[in-house]
Design a protein around this ligand. Structure first.
Ligand SMILES: Cc1cc2nc3c(=O)[nH]c(=O)nc-3n(C[C@H](O)[C@H](O)[C@H](O)COP(=O)(O)OP(=O)(O)OC[C@H]3O[C@@H](n4cnc5c(N)ncnc54)[C@H](O)[C@@H]3O)c2cc1C
Length: 392
């Protein structure tokens, strides 16, 4: 079986390595990615403030069991089993029996004025933000839009890097409102100490040069706006005629298979699988790893004749948010990703974030050395999510 994996972020690298390592040589795995280095998206706000991040070579991460192709899949024909790849040596065709879409997501600006905003959703955007931030004059108005995890981490990083600027966080809800009270208080207190002005419970309806226009008529001055208000999948799947949701993510069933094209699987941010309550899982590494590993196990089961395999069984346990270099919150959650219990703040949270960030690369390496090693917390403790089958 020829399996093409498109995109080598957390999800694509995991799927490729696990499948190649566990399929007893019965699967040819080809992994296509636009660059030879791994981009740790968790740290792109650091890139924006000029703090370099590690970019390990994908070749060393995935090993020799995977054919790595540098390039961008620019067209996909799922019925014919063909992908067109634009690479350094021009256009090439790659044939496949199954394709795993792991193309991730990028910043999605849903209001007028997108041309005026910066972003941290992809490496190129984060790199463009760096000189704009560095050259903003003293006292400049800087606004981060979006009070989710990316917005919180980004605004803290920016404020820490530019204490001389007027930095604001514009959020649709209460700033830090997702956390339990101890975590929320720490978020608000830390942002306050970093000089961030919180503008909560309001929505931006348009971005203009020098200002944000708010729902209800107000405005926020902003010479430099960073949009963290939402993410969407790249257009590749939609353009290929594959069923997608309103954010371009492939609609799949709980086995990561496209509802419109059975030869297509989608994992990580690029896939929209129904969670236990019917809603999609959040775009996160907590979903990227298990969805990718599960897809690999199902493909392995198919090729080894182990049966169709079952639904992904994933339960969340915690979320970890950094607030600049010296603060953070580790918030326990229930299995459905709802904050609960006592949040860890201070050094414990900073250490947990450190482990999480490094764990992304380490987990792919572990999977390469010990295929099948990656496990994840289950929604139902009694069930084993991975389709294990006989050892190979
Ligand atoms: C600043 C920031 C901070 C974040 N912090 C957290 C956090 O603390 N915790 C958390 O859980 N999540 C966090 N996230 C979200 C997390 O990074 C994503 O959920 C995760 O990266 C998804 O992994 P993925 O493999 O699906 O996609 P990605 O990591 O986006 O990887 C997709 C890959 O596919 C490649 N690709 C795209 N299109 C094509 C194509 N046509 N052909 C070939 N290759 C292609 C891309 O170049 C990329 O290499 C953060 C995101 C950002 C931007």
């Amino acid at each position: 079986m020829r399996v093409l994996v498109v995109g080598a972020g957390y999800a694509g690298a995991t799927a490729a390595v696990r499948l190649a390592g566990r399929s007893a040589g019965r699967v040819e795995v080809t992994l296509v990615n636009p660059r030879a280095g791994f981009v740790n998206r968790l740290r792109l706000h650091q890139v924006a403030v000029g703090r370099p991040i590690a970019a390990p070579s994908l070749r060393s991460m995935v090993g020799t069991g995977v054919t790595l192709v540098e390039g961008q899949v620019v067209a996909l024909d799922p019925d014919a089993g063909r992908a067109t790849v634009a690479g350094p040596d021009g256009m090439n065709e790659v044939a496949f029996d199954r394709v795993v879409l792991a193309t991730g997501s990028t910043t999605d600006v849903t209001v007028p004025g997108a041309e005026h905003v910066h972003a941290v959703g992809d490496l190129e955007s984060a790199r463009r933000l760096r000189p704009a931030l560095a050259t903003a004059p003293t006292g400049a108005d800087i606004a981060v839009v979006g009070g989710g995890f990316t917005g919180l981490e980004t605004v803290a990083e920016l404020a820490e890097a530019r204490p001389d600027a007027r930095v604001r966080l514009v959020a649709a809800g209460e700033v830090g409102g997702w956390f339990t009270p101890r975590g929320r208080d720490h978020v608000q207190r830390t942002l306050g100490q970093l000089g961030v002005e919180a503008v909560g419970d309001t929505r931006v309806r348009a971005v203009e040069p020098g200002r944000l226009l708010l729902d209800g008529g107000g405005e926020v001055p902003s010479a430099l706006t960073v949009w963290c208000g939402g993410f969407a999948a790249p257009p590749l799947a939609r353009e290929a005629g594959i069923a997608v949701d309103d954010r371009g993510a492939v609609r799949t069933d709980a086995t990561m298979r496209s509802v419109s094209h059975p030869s297509v699987m989608a994992v990580g941010d690029a896939g929209h699988a129904p969670g236990p309550g019917g809603e999609r899982y959040s775009m996160s590494c907590q979903y990227a790893f298990p969805s990718a590993a599960h897809a690999a196990d199902l493909l392995r089961a198919e090729v080894l004749g182990l049966g169709p395999g079952g639904a992904l069984d994933l339960g969340f346990t915690a979320r970890c948010v950094s607030l600049g270099r010296g603060h953070g919150v580790l918030q326990p959650t229930d299995k459905a990703d709802v904050a609960q219990g006592r949040a860890v703040i201070g050094r414990g949270a900073v250490a947990a974030k450190w482990v999480q960030v490094r764990g992304v690369v380490a987990a792919v390496g572990l999977e390469r050395r010990l295929p099948g090693a990656a496990r994840w917390p289950h929604a139902a403790r009694s069930r084993d999510a991975a389709v294990t089958g006989p050892a190979t």
